[in-house]
Design a protein around this ligand. Structure first.
Ligand code: AR6
Length: 180
């Protein structure tokens, strides 16, 4: 599914984010940038050890929730990796939505700063961090739409969903944006 907003486009794809040929791939990292399971594990396995070495050297203090940092992408078919730290879901009253939006916005700002024309991101926080998928889709897609709509240059933002249920949740929200 693809929807145009201003000069830019939001796309939804079903699959594995490590296979995406884009300028920047977003990782769903933890605040220690220590690696882990889920998409983080898949990305580091595919990227090779140089990315973790670079991450440790450049960001020894990690990265707080709501923020993102950049490294090279190692063996991945991308120029950059953005390590975004989403919130752990604790019931919804701990600024979770705000922190999810903020780490997505930071990735979009990094994409602009590094002259990226395309960016792929996963459904940050919806796995091990247990953010409800419908609410994540609403916040993540709305933050992207706000950023690209009216932006002066074009960016392809592809949200890569690993399973059919997540794809369905994101597709429902993106469809609802077309009629708003
Ligand atoms: N491509 C795209 N999406 C994927 C892939 C993949 N290869 N693998 C999993 N997903 P999670 P979080 C989806 O748990 O919730 C890690 O251990 C998955 O189905 O990877 O932000 C980190 O080190 C889910 O929808 O990230 C942190 O400690 C989404 O990616 C912690 O987990 C996010 O699930 C971060 O938790």
């Amino acid at each position: 599914m693809k929807v145009q907003f201003g000069f830019s486009r939001i796309e939804l794809a079903h699959g594995d984010i490590t296979q995406q040929h884009v300028d920047a791939i977003v990782n769903a990292a933890n605040a220690d940038l220590a690696g882990g399971g889920g998409v983080d594990g898949a990305i580091h396995r595919a990227a090779g050890p140089s990315v973790m070495e670079e991450t440790r050297a450049r960001y020894p203090l990690g990265c707080p929730p709501g923020d993102a940092v950049v490294t090279s992408a190692g063996l991945l078919p991308a120029r950059y990796l953005f390590h975004a730290v989403g919130p752990i879901w604790r019931g919804g009253q701990q600024r979770e939505a705000e922190l999810l939006r903020s780490c997505v916005r930071r990735c979009l700002e990094l994409a602009a700063k590094h002259d990226c024309q395309s960016l792929a991101l996963p459904a940050i926080s919806t796995g091990a961090y247990r953010f409800p998928i419908d609410l994540a889709a609403e916040n993540l897609l709305d933050e992207i739409r706000k950023f690209v709509d009216g932006a002066p240059r074009s960016l392809i933002v592809r949200v890569v969903l690993f399973d059919a249920g997540s794809y369905g949740a994101f597709a429902r929200v993106l469809e609802s944006f077309v009629d708003r």
